[in-house]
Structure formats: C-alpha cells, structure tokens
Design a protein around this ligand. Structure first.
Ligand code: CA
Length: 297
C-alpha cells in the first residue's frame, strides 16, 4: 500500500485516508487522492493493515515543520542536534524551555510555562488501539528541585465553549491530559491517567521508575484512549512494565465535543522563581499497529 501511494503521490501528501489507513508525512491533502483511493481501501483494508508504522529519527538538520507543531514562536527551543550521542542514527531532538515560555494560568491558579512539539498527523485516536515508543535522555544538569514537570502527554482537544451552553450540556474544564509522563525531581518518571466522569478530574498513577541522567531510556506505550470501559494504557520503560490502567480515559463529563488526542513531546511545568532553563533529548519517536511494528531495541 505504501509503495502504491508513493507511486500515486510521491510527496505523500495524504496523512489520513477515510478508510482508516494512516500515512506518515505532511498534513496537506488533496481531494483527488481521497476520491481515487477510497474504493481501493475498501477492498484491501484489514485490521492488520489499518495503520502503517510512522517514525521520526530527527536525522535532518531541522525539525520537520510538516510533522510537528511547536507550542510557541520562540526560536531555537526545538532543534535537532548531534551534541549528545543519539539513540538511533547520528542526531536527536533537543527541546528546551525557558522561564516564561508560553505562559498560562493553570486550573488551580498556578502559573505554567511550556515548550512542546505536538504531532500533526493523526496517530492517536479516541477509541482506537495504538502502540508508540520514543527514547528519552535527561541530562545531568536537569533541575532536580523543580516543581511539577510533564515531559510527554496526550490530551483531548475539544471545541471551544460557546457563549451559552445548550440546556443539559455539562461542561467542565479539561485540565488534565488523558495520559501523561511526569519527570519528578529530574530523576524519576511517573505515568498518570485522567478519567473524569463528573468534573472530578480523577487521576490514576500507573507507576514510578527512576531514570539515569545522561543515558537513553526507551519508553513504550500501548493504549486505546476511550470514554468507556474499553479504554486502557500500559507503559514499559527499558523493557520493564511500569503499569497498566483499564477504564474510562479523559473527560466523559465534557459535553462540548471531542476533536483529537495528538501526543506532545517536550516540557510543560509549573513556573517557579529561579528555576532557569531545562533541556531534554528525544529520539526515535515511533507509532505502529503492533509492538513488532515499533522495531524496539
Ligand atoms: Ca536519531
């Protein structure tokens, strides 16, 4: 299928077909491709072919803007680099947050700052199973006494609140990501899931594991984010199972409509005086229908 699509469209300009097949590449699309390929997809699509592996090894001299959307306009916060040994190949992604970057006020009045890259092609969908993996390297000088810090998440994006809610429509602020990895004290990873059913912002911790500064860790996520009991997420770090959650994920109590759940990689943290800049390295970000499709180390 990939070869056929390349032949029909060398630029690989169709990230998602209506039959459910997902392609890595840019987010631009053409009506021609959708019309021409839709009948073919109906004939050949099967569960095993529902998703083609997608991967970014950050080997180019710059971050691919067609694949990643930065959380702000600050230059130089997300670059590819060879300043540390890469997890795969010769280069990796370097993400830095500076105090005040893309500042916002959190649900509890806390000031936050962030610099993250959000995936543009649709890889994580509500109600669909997916495997993904990435490598993370925490440098030795990462702040160890800092406040709450997220280094990866996927969060439901919803339609904006209208001036007046329709009668009977519940609305609560969607504060917590459906799934997130926290870096605590710069030295341990914790995985958390949100499952809010009555605007209660309930969260569940899957597990906590120490990391070693200055070396790569490979993180694997297997999930089906869902607003019912079919939802689950399980996580491995360096081949060791961190934990599993089964049940409602996200905010079923939010009545404004769901848009997407695209994952983000980078730093989101509470602001704190004297905190300074923080940098993380990522490499080999992969998505696949199966664990084997991730080509783990
Ligand atoms: Ca690489």
């Amino acid at each position: 299928m990939a070869a056929l699509l390349k032949l029909l469209n060398p630029a690989r300009a169709v990230p998602q077909l209506r039959c459910g097949i997902v392609l890595e590449g840019s987010t631009r699309s053409t009506g021609f491709m959708r019309v021409a390929l839709f009948p073919l997809c109906l004939l050949v699509a099967s569960p095993a072919m529902a998703r083609e592996p997608a991967r970014d090894d950050f080997e180019a001299s710059a971050v691919d803007g067609a694949r990643w959307r930065p959380s702000g306009p600050q230059p130089g916060r997300a670059v590819t680099t060879a300043e540390v040994p890469a997890f795969h190949g010769g280069r990796c992604l370097k993400v830095t947050v500076e105090p005040g970057d893309n500042a916002m006020q959190g649900r509890q009045g806390n000031l936050t700052e962030r610099f993250e890259l959000t995936l543009r092609p649709v890889e994580v969908r509500l109600g669909e199973e997916v495997w993904y993996a990435f490598a993370l390297r925490v440098p030795a000088d990462f702040p160890t006494g800092g406040p709450r810090t997220l280094i990866h998440q996927f969060k439901e994006n919803v339609r904006p609140r209208p001036p007046q809610l329709a009668p009977g429509v519940k609305h609560c602020e969607k504060a917590s990501p459906a799934f997130a990895l926290y870096l605590r004290g710069g030295r341990e990873l914790a995985a958390l899931v949100a499952s809010s059913v009555d605007c209660d912002h309930s969260r569940h911790e899957l597990g906590v594991r120490p990391i070693v500064p200055g070396r790569w860790h490979e993180i694997v996520v297997h999930t089906r984010p869902a607003h019912d009991a079919r939802g689950f997420v399980e996580v491995w770090i360096d081949g060791e199972r961190l934990g599993r959650y089964q049940g409602i994920m996200g905010y079923v109590c939010h009545g404004l409509g769901h848009i997407d759940t695209q994952p983000r990689f980078g730093i989101y943290r509470d602001a704190a005086p004297g905190l300074g800049a923080a940098t993380l390295y990522y490499d080999a970000i992969r998505f696949a229908a199966t664990r084997e499709g991730l080509q783990l180390r």
